[in-house]
Design a protein around this ligand. Structure first.
Ligand SMILES: *Cc1c(COP(=O)(O)O)cnc(C)c1O
Length: 452
């Protein structure tokens, strides 16, 4: 204990000591540890120190994403643009006008900081932001259709992952689902025939993470909006990812933009902040003022409220969209997704050169063309050409599984793909600063050296 830093809290010392002893005891009992020299004071003290260091390490920490999946939900989805960091830090440690109207000198609205901006960028009458898009869908359905029927196509009953399913969320909102059409084909007449005295809403869900191809038909939101207009029903469009720039201008597939969804007559549109928008986790709701006002007044709104740091980050990212060309360059999600092979190849070359310089004799190193994915339940059919650095262990040396594990346990962890018994590092999502980190991780693979 005396070897531990003096300012270590007593409880933490105790926890580290108990865990160290428990681990040694288990090793003795299982017969794994038989050499009593390993139980000597100096060695136990060293184990205790490293256990304490591990306990002091933040659990949530940066990793290197070498998977090529740009919006990787398990790896934190979108990276925030560096240019907004100073403003974020400033607000984090100080009082702010979060809910204080500085003009009037009285209570203000936390949504005011992004509402005008969202209206300006999308052409909406009003806007509201909540915790995430799942919350946005829940509160919108609850506000507009609790105890009433919502008409939705059978081809749009999406599961997003992490147990978010449209029919389940609808049930939780108290709305009654009225499925129409079939898996592959839904016609406008199907919606029309389903409308009755209990109908409150027509719902359109963007098939963000899958595609139905072949003999198919779905109803464009503009036709739904006409129908809604005739029958006095609002149309809610869950766009899922939600983009503010036309990605087809940058060589990607066309993804319906928020502006288009509103221009097509959707009464209310919801989308995520951290998918293709490239911001923090948030759910953004834009649309008719009368509807947004009702959602704002819903008591559930307090339960799905957005936090001030998130709000600050969202405002910073949205401001960048005032100049779409610049947004595509400075917002990492869009920048990484729209990089061409000419942008990626030089990084791949640099990484390969760094790895070759390590002279790890039992590994074959090379390049390979590969396909990156957008991820995050967006652009499911899009496969963007990319370059991967491949690492293939020579026969009889280390296994790919062992390399994968060592890289994952590295500080910081390096997350890779394993394909055809080779380690594949898609350079699209490898940031310039990651290259020395990956090289150092391979250098630490001392077992590789031993084998060679
Ligand atoms: C991703 C997605 C959601 C959920 O959004 P989160 O921001 O992850 O909560 C809801 N609907 C659709 C269609 C989606 O693609």
């Amino acid at each position: 204990m005396a070897a531990l830093p003096v300012d270590t809290p007593h409880g933490l010392k105790l926890k580290a000591a108990r865990e160290t002893i428990a681990e040694l005891r288990a090793a003795v009992l299982s017969g794994e540890l038989t050499d009593t020299a390993l139980l000597e004071r100096g060695r136990v003290s060293a184990l205790l120190s490293s256990r304490l260091a591990a306990l002091n390490q933040p659990s949530l920490r940066p990793v290197v994403n070498a998977t090529g999946i740009v919006v990787h939900t398990n790896l934190g989805r979108s990276l925030l643009p560096e240019c907004i960091f100073p403003a974020l830090l400033e607000v984090a440690g100080r009082y702010s006008n979060l809910e204080y109207n500085l003009e009037m000198g009285r209570r203000g609205s936390r949504y005011a900081h992004v509402e005008d901006l969202l209206c300006e960028l999308t052409g909406a009458e009003a806007a509201l932001v909540v915790n995430n898009n799942a919350a946005a869908v829940l509160i919108t359905l609850e506000t507009l259709a609790k105890g009433k029927e919502v008409v939705v196509s059978r081809g749009e009953l999406v599961e997003i992952g992490g147990s978010f399913r449209i029919p389940d969320v609808m049930a939780r909102s108290g709305a009654v689902i009225r499925e129409v059409g079939t898996t592959n084909k839904t016609h406008l007449e199907d919606y029309e025939a389903a409308i009755g005295p209990d109908t409150a809403l027509l719902l359109k869900v963007h098939q963000s993470n899958f595609s139905i191809v072949g003999f198919t038909k779905s109803v464009p939101v503009s036709n739904l909006a006409d129908l809604g207009g005739r029958r006095g029903l609002p149309v809610f469009n869950d766009l899922g990812s939600g983009v503010l720039v036309d990605l087809s201008r940058y060589g990607l597939m066309h993804e319906p933009t928020v502006q288009e969804a509103l221009a097509s007559g959707s009464s209310v549109v919801s989308f995520s902040g951290d998918k293709l928008l490239g911001g923090p986790q948030a759910g953004i709701i834009v649309g008719k003022k009368e509807i947004i006002d009702r959602i704002k007044k819903n008591p559930l709104n307090r339960a799905v409220r957005i936090d001030k740091l998130t709000l600050m980050a969202l405002e910073g990212v949205l401001r960048l969209y005032r100049d779409p060309e610049k947004a595509v360059k400075t917002i990492p999600t869009l920048n990484l997704l729209t990089q061409g092979l000419d942008d990626i190849r030089p990084r791949a070359k640099r990484l390969l050169a760094r790895l070759k310089a390590l002279k790890l004799d039992c590994l074959d190193l090379g390049f390979k063309e590969t396909l990156s994915k957008a991820g995050g339940g967006a652009l499911p059919l899009e496969e963007v050409k990319s370059v991967a650095v491949t690492v293939t262990p020579k026969k009889g040396s280390i296994s790919t599984a062992a390399i994968e594990e060592a890289l994952r346990r590295n500080r910081p962890p390096v997350i890779v793909r394993v394909e055809d018994d080779a380690i594949l590092m898609d350079v699209r999502t490898i940031l310039p600063g990651d290259i020395p980190v990956i090289a150092a991780a391979f250098d630490r693979l001392s077992s590789v050296r031993n084998v060679s």
